[in-house]
Ligand binder design. Structure first.
Ligand code: SF4
Length: 201
């Protein structure tokens, strides 16, 4: 493979070994590159899986097998029955980032001694406009929102950020893809939860 200039990609590739599972994606080293497939297809014969060209990956990850839109690419509903062949670090980077946007950069950032994590309260305290209401969640309410909104049945990213009274996720519970700060989906969920709590007049 050609020389890798992106330090995040270089570090990511250096630790892949012969096989690496990144959320629902199994990355397998091959003679001239890597093969990616759904982890549920790990034991399937290659010839039984559909080859997905690189320019079709983005479209494939948009929808579940049932054709439902996937707003959160880290949700555990990636369709299976495919394989992707990449032949260069650039192709691997692009493909992994299409399957899980920003995952390599976030993984690399999480390797540092002090990962750039933004905790729940700090994140909500920055919100303005319609999301400012999230600042009113109590610690107990915030924990409920996070436990529900970031549950592994909804998202496989390992939450590194915390809230008062709530530790970060364990890797065994989620995946190797870190979550460095609350996402837009959780923010919206927190807003809706706070609106439901608000007394009506
Ligand atoms: S905030 Fe929660 S739901 Fe959103 S990406 Fe992070 S872990 Fe997943």
């Amino acid at each position: 493979m050609p020389f890798i200039t992106n330090p995040a990609v270089a570090a990511f590739m250096a630790q892949l070994g012969s096989e690496f599972i990144f959320a629902q994606v199994l990355i397998r080293h091959q003679k001239h590159g890597y093969e990616l497939r759904h982890v549920d297809d790990s034991h399937r014969d290659s010839s039984s899986l559909r080859i997905v060209p690189l320019d079709e990956v983005r479209r494939m990850v948009q929808f579940t097998a049932a054709g439902v839109f996937r707003p959160l690419k880290s949700a555990p509903n990636l369709q299976s029955n495919w394989r992707i062949i990449v032949n260069s670090p650039a192709e691997l980077e692009t493909t992994v980032n299409q399957l899980n946007p920003g995952a390599i950069a976030d993984w690399y950032a999480a390797q540092s001694a002090t990962p750039p994590v933004t905790d729940f309260r700090e994140f909500m305290n920055r919100q303005t406009g319609m999301y400012q209401i999230t600042q009113k969640l109590t610690d107990t309410q915030a924990i409920e929102v996070i436990k529900t909104g970031c549950h592994r049945t909804l998202c496989l990213k390992r939450r590194l950020w915390t809230a008062t009274g709530l530790e970060s996720d364990s890797r065994s519970e989620k995946s190797a893809i870190p979550c460095l700060e609350p996402c837009a989906m959780l923010l919206e969920y927190a807003r809706k939860a706070m609106r439901l709590e608000k007394p009506r007049h």
